[in-house]
Design a protein. Structure first.
Length: 614
């Protein structure tokens, strides 16, 4: 173990292992803080494996059958992510440890403090921070701004249409506030490794004038880009689609939906989550707290056996993924596969419970902002030295999986994009896993759920360990990566509508999170109607969360933003080193493919476009 750690330290110092220094494309593994973060990460993982994992879990992890995500944070006892009740935190005020912050009195201050809240809380969790009701939570501060403008104009003796002028000034302030929030989201380093806070915001259904103004200006500021017109990487933006609210012409927020499509075509965000999907609609009662919201790459938190079923104030505690291709290759038949799968589901679930028990021994004093300031489920009501066991029961424990497509090839010779038999078996496998999670909810009283894992570094790691054990097997281990979760393989040619149709049933089964993306070849900014058709196809098919990958490139010679094929259409630059190609790595964007690990870079190069109709 010590020799391995020493070798990894040397690779960090020499920057000789891209897969080690760029496990996460949101980091800079060559920077001083990036290097220190990696040193700490390697040491923390070694400590956890040797001292905190039970023997059977340790064997399964080291053999590559399961992957414990964010293992380096295990010993800290922190959790993955949370959906922040922003309106509550702003109204009550908060303390980051160096003095109290009172409620803001205008939208500029409100969004500035929102950035501070996200930055402060990011240091208390290892995953993403999300705001589930961005428009509803900030609308009161647009109203306060308007009221201040009215008072100011009256004091100045303004004689024109006071209401109209006050709203014009409020609109300008709202745009400025949104612009600053986007710039802050892409520049405020919060975690080790020069990482910016991993932020998601959900919006689109508030029909008030103030809420609509927030969404409109966030979209316009996103379209404008950063200082040199760069595409903003954060926040991950999620537009909540609801029939009767914003999906169809004539509905109150349809204009915002259309503006969101224009923004997606230019900047890749927002993504789209669907309140009417069966797994989301079942919890919807018309209130903002009952609307689906997602975070990070795809994490979904909703059902709750220990309280209100809502995303607000809740998050995922931790998740562990299963290597499906490895199990498939070691099974003599389908029946044997299910037997082995059940064993590893039991083991992964046990490991999550052991981690929960470890987390439950921590106190509010260990996470003073996350719990002490009411970010997480009324945590401010706890005493500083009170243990977290009861409050953490509001969170979720998720088992994930990788490589369904390759597992199907190993079992029956084809993946679910190629045959109806494989699709049926794929759904049978994922339903089997979901049924196990549901049974655990009943038997333990904890919120176990099933995740369509957003594998980044794990896509290559799982492949590597499987190939080392079983060699190169056509259609299974003959690439540099395993396909993420239940996706159709990225290199498989398939029409957009067919891909949506095939992946949609998995969304209802993977209640801890999922995403379906469509890869578009052409610039769709001049064909927003086509993009609308695809969003509506997702909605009708039961997709829970969807996104679109469109070409978004920037020439570093002349700062042209747009689609660059072989050469920049503005200056003629053909040097690939001088062209930034913004791409989606799992559910978030990265500003340069140079920051991707080798497996995900190989995957990106093999992605095919999903054009036409089925």
């Amino acid at each position: 173990m010590q020799d391995l750690i020493t070798e990894q330290f040397r690779e960090i110092v020499d920057s000789s292992n891209q897969d080690l220094t760029q496990e996460n494309a949101n980091t800079d593994g060559k920077s001083p803080m990036g290097m220190m973060s990696l040193f700490g990460s390697i040491s923390a993982k070694a400590y956890t494996v040797e001292h905190l994992l039970s023997d059977d879990v340790k064997r399964a992890y080291e053999a590559g059958y399961i992957h414990i995500h964010d293992l380096d944070f295990y010993a800290t006892g922190t959790t993955t992510c949370v959906q922040i009740p922003l309106g509550k935190v702003l109204k009550d005020g908060f303390n980051t440890g160096h003095g109290c912050i009172r409620e803001p009195s205008n939208i500029i201050s409100a969004l500035a403090l929102t950035s501070i809240i996200l930055q402060a809380n990011q240091n208390q969790q290892h995953g993403g921070q999300a705001i589930p009701m961005f428009d509803y939570d900030l609308a009161p501060y647009v109203k306060k701004t308007y009221q201040k403008k009215c008072t100011m104009l009256q004091d100045l003796g303004f004689t024109g249409d006071l209401d109209k002028k006050a709203w014009e000034l409020t609109e300008k302030d709202t745009y400025q506030a949104c612009e600053a929030f986007i710039h802050n989201s892409n520049t405020m380093h919060s975690r080790g490794g020069n990482q910016v806070a991993f932020i998601s915001i959900n919006y689109g259904t508030d029909q008030s004038r103030e809420g609509r103004m927030i969404v409109k200006n966030m979209l316009l500021a996103t379209q404008a880009g950063l200082g040199s017109g760069e595409t903003p990487i954060f926040p991950i933006q999620v537009f909540k689609v609801k029939d009767g609210v914003n999906l169809n012409a004539g509905e109150p927020n349809y204009d915002l939906f259309r503006l969101s499509l224009e923004t997606t075509a230019k900047r890749l965000f927002p993504n789209y989550t669907f309140i009417d999907a069966p797994q989301n609609l079942m919890y919807y009662d018309g209130s903002p707290r009952s609307e689906i919201a997602t975070m990070g790459c795809r994490t979904r938190v909703f059902a709750n056996v220990n309280g209100e079923s809502t995303p607000v104030g809740r998050g995922n505690l931790s998740f562990t993924s299963i290597n499906l291709p490895m199990i498939a290759l070691e099974s003599t038949n389908i029946s044997a596969f299910f037997s082995k799968l059940e064993d590893y589901l039991d083991l992964a679930s046990k490991q999550l419970f052991e981690r929960y028990k470890y987390q439950a021994e921590k106190t509010v004093a260990n996470f003073k902002f996350l719990y002490g300031q009411g970010i997480y489920w009324n945590g401010e009501e706890l005493d500083e030295n009170e243990k977290l066991g009861d409050i953490l029961r509001q969170g979720t424990l998720s088992v994930g999986f990788i490589g369904l497509a390759e597992a199907l090839v190993a079992l029956i010779g084809k993946h679910h994009g190629e045959s109806e038999e494989a699709q049926a078996l794929g759904l049978q496998i994922i339903k089997f896993m979901r049924d196990k999670m549901d049974a655990l909810v009943e038997s333990t009283g904890l919120n176990y759920s099933l995740l369509a894992t957003p594998a980044e570094s794990y896509a290559g790691k799982a492949l590597k360990v499987t190939k080392a054990k079983h060699g190169v097997i056509e259609g299974v281990t003959d690439k540099a990566w395993f396909t993420n979760s239940n996706h159709i393989p990225v290199e498989y040619p398939i029409h957009a509508a067919k891909k949506i149709q095939l992946e949609a049933p998995y969304h209802e089964l993977t209640n801890a999170g999922h995403i379906t993306y469509v890869e578009l070849k052409e610039d769709v900014s001049k064909n927003i109607d086509a993009l609308e058709i695809l969003v509506k196809a997702m909605k009708e098919s039961g997709i829970g969360y969807g996104s679109f990958n469109v070409p978004v490139d920037r020439c570093l010679e002349c700062e042209f933003n747009g689609v660059i094929y072989n050469a920049c259409p503005s200056c003629g630059n053909e040097d690939e080193e001088r062209i930034d190609r913004i791409r989606r790595i799992t559910g978030y964007l990265t500003g340069s493919l140079k920051k991707w690990n080798t497996a995900k870079r190989a995957e990106e190069q093999n992605r095919v476009k999903h054009g036409g109709r089925a």
